[in-house]
Design a protein around this ligand. Structure first.
Ligand SMILES: Nc1nc2c(ncn2[C@@H]2O[C@H](COP(=O)(O)OP(=O)(O)OP(=O)(O)O)[C@@H](O)[C@H]2O)c(=O)[nH]1
Ligand SMILES: [Mg+2]
Length: 170
């Protein structure tokens, strides 16, 4: 890891529950950093992450997909992991050896509770991680409960952001 850090390269895994928005987040990251000239969409079947025909047909990730970009002189290699339970082991395997993990989760209390085993795994392996919350449709009181729960799991500061605002401020 130290050699990679010295070379200005970072490896970041994107994980989280099924259909939480991981591939959409990767698409935004590639677009806002200038790696792509347009932001693809899972629904339009034109994302970088879900480029396999099977993924496009099912509108879900079916394997770990890698994509690179550069920002601030640092090269980032993202691993977009599938969220379906059938591919859980593949996703866990991708976490070993990355520099950081972004856990993508809908802002729903049940979803974050189900992530407890993943947070334990990340803590046990001392992998830096943050939560990126998507699909803000709950009332504000529910959102606060969601963030309170996130705070219990996270040793690091919670990063609050939103795909749409990032894209709009490009
Ligand atoms: N409203 C809303 N919809 C979103 C957001 N992010 C993703 N979606 C939608 O959620 C669906 C699933 O998005 P994906 O990006 O494929 O989710 P994923 O986590 O990569 O899915 P898997 O890899 O199959 O687990 C798509 O219809 C997206 O358009 C968001 O922030 N808000
Ligand atoms: Mg996906």
């Amino acid at each position: 890891m130290s050699e990679r850090l010295a070379s200005g390269s970072r490896s970041v895994a994107i994980v989280g529950p099924y259909l939480s928005g991981k591939t959409t987040l990767l698409e935004s990251l590639l677009w806002v950093t200038g790696a792509t000239t347009r932001k693809g969409s899972v629904n339009d079947k034109n994302t970088i992450g879900d480029s396999a025909q099977e993924a496009r047909d099912r509108q879900m990730s079916v394997e770990v997909n890698a994509a690179s970009t550069e920002y601030g002189g640092v090269s980032f290699n993202f691993l977009d992991c599938p969220g379906s339970v059938e591919f859980a082991q593949e996703a866990y395997n991708a976490l070993i050896g990355v520099d950081a993990v972004v856990v993508v989760c809908e802002a729903v209390v049940d979803r974050v509770l189900n992530l407890a085993p993943l947070f334990k795994f990340l803590d046990d392996w001392e992998i830096p991680h943050l939560i990126f919350s998507t699909k803000w449709i709950a009332p504000i009181s529910i959102l606060w409960r969601f963030y309170a729960l996130c705070g219990q799991f996270l040793a690091v500061r919670l990063c609050l952001t939103n795909i749409r605002s990032v894209a709009a401020n490009r």
